[in-house]
Write a protein that binds this ligand. Structure first.
Ligand code: FAD
Length: 409
């Protein structure tokens, strides 16, 4: 392989691909990243960044800058929507000996991407090519190459490894014939965003989960362009209704008024519908192809774990890829990446995100009562609250990762 080809290629410049580029670039490696879009995506998806993830982003003050441009949210609440009763409140302060960040940071993912891009622009060894679509992947024992459609036509780029960070519909995963088993929820998720202040009007905190057998709901605050910020409400969409029926002004207003009756119409800043899946790739490594982020695993957003998992993938992967690239570790270290991250994607993120949804939507009165009682009891018991928060904040899954060894890979 010639010197030109000693580089890591990355397909996808979402937050996960950009973070992989930053972490590799910091170590002096040559990186070339392609993203099909002309500029970073600005749609309102992830915001919740958990303590275990923030602990990985301390270098170069990334975590503290995320807190500065976002909102620090130490507590979250569970509510029973039909009765309007607050069931439980959890405070991350109980994790003060478990993490350097005993709080969540609500930072929209396009802001995190921008903070990463600002740092990447200072790295001459990292090329970020927006407006470039990866259309084909091929690998030999010694080399990986991708065909990329850019402004001046299709060109082939060669490298040592390829990170597929190209999202849930990953072409890298498909071309590498890696299965993506799981299922798709029948109902899509509706996200309606408003400046209406639910803290002042209804006493909500920045992260709230509403259990309801008819229509569960999540309500979060994000800082948006600065004070006063915006509130995102998330609901299940009736699969029998058309997009027009779901997203018309009248339907949106009716949904918001049902959530919280207000004297005036709600100002709606964004309205989005998302198809939601639960899937994990059969492997996160195939030869010189490595998957990270949504290309490797997707889950419903209740609990805010998708991007967090992707950031944790990026950190874990780069820790292994750097010594492999420099020749100081054997390349089967990358199998450990696949084992560790795939195990927690399955055992923790899939399991927990499905359980989170089932808890909110439970219909059977006895199951509902049990769920709500359990939340009340956990919130009232410091030991149980800490155990619960270790899982929700993804510290438990990071500890599980640390237990796994190369011998198991
Ligand atoms: C409503 C909602 C709320 C969410 N909230 C949270 C939350 O609070 N916390 C959380 O952790 N997660 C959350 N998630 C999940 C989170 O948004 C995703 O997990 C995250 O976007 C994954 O990042 P990624 O970089 O892996 O993929 P993406 O963000 O999908 O980025 C993939 C990139 O690849 C590019 N690309 C695709 N194909 C190609 C190609 N062929 N060639 C070149 N480039 C390509 C795309 O343009 C894109 O920029 C939420 C999701 C939804 C839908």
């Amino acid at each position: 392989m010639n010197f030109e080809e000693q580089r890591v290629l990355i397909a996808g410049g979402g937050t996960v691909g950009l973070l992989c580029a930053l972490l590799l670039g910091r170590q002096g490696l040559s990186v070339r990243l392609f993203d099909v879009n002309e500029s970073p995506q600005a749609d309102p998806r992830a915001a919740t960044t958990h303590p275990a993830t923030l602990d990985l982003l301390d270098d170069d003050d990334l975590a503290s800058e995320m807190a500065r441009v976002g909102l620090v949210a130490p507590i979250f609440q569970f509510w029973d929507r039909p009765s309007g009763e607050k069931i439980a409140e959890f405070d991350h302060a109980v994790l003060k000996d478990d993490t350097r960040h005993p709080f969540v940071v609500q930072c929209e993912q396009f802001k995190t991407s921008k903070l990463i891009l600002d740092r990447l622009r200072k790295m001459p060894n990292v090329e970020i090519l927006f407006g470039h679509e990866v259309i084909d992947v091929a690998q030999t024992e010694h080399l990986i190459s991708v065909d990329v459609r850019g402004p001046s036509g299709v060109k082939t780029h060669a490298g040592t490894y390829l990170i597929g960070a190209d999202g849930g519909r990953s072409i890298v995963r498909k071309q590498s014939e890696i299965a993506f088993d799981g299922f798709t929820w029948a109902e899509r998720f509706i996200v309606l965003t408003t400046p209406f202040d639910f803290e002042v009007s209804r006493g909500l905190c920045y992260r709230n989960y509403f259990a309801d057998p008819d229509e569960w709901c999540n309500c979060f605050k994000v800082s948006a362009d600065g004070p006063p910020g915006l509130w995102r409400t998330v609901y299940p969409a009736d699969p029998n209704l058309s997009d027009v029926d779901l997203m018309s002004d009248a339907a949106v207003q009716a949904r918001m008024q049902k959530f919280f009756p207000a004297p005036r119409s709600y100002e709606i800043v964004h309205r989005n519908l998302y198809v939601t899946h639960q899937r994990v790739a059969a492997t996160f490594r195939k030869g010189r192809v490595l998957l990270a982020g949504d290309s490797a695993h997707v889950n419903n957003p209740i609990g805010g774990m998708g991007l967090n998992g992707g950031i944790q993938d990026a950190s874990n992967l780069v820790q292994k890829l750097v010594p492999v690239m420099f020749g100081s570790a054997p390349d089967n270290l990358l199998d450990l990446y696949s084992l560790q991250r795939r195990t927690v994607a399955t055992e923790y993120v899939q399991e927990q995100s499905i359980a989170n949804k089932k808890r909110l939507e439970a219909r059977d009165p006895e199951t509902r009562r049990r769920n709500l009682d359990e939340l009340r009891e956990m919130a009232a018991d410091r030991v149980r609250a800490r155990q619960f928060l270790l899982r929700t904040s993804m510290i438990a899954s990071q500890r599980r990762v640390a237990e796994m060894t190369l011998a198991e890979a």
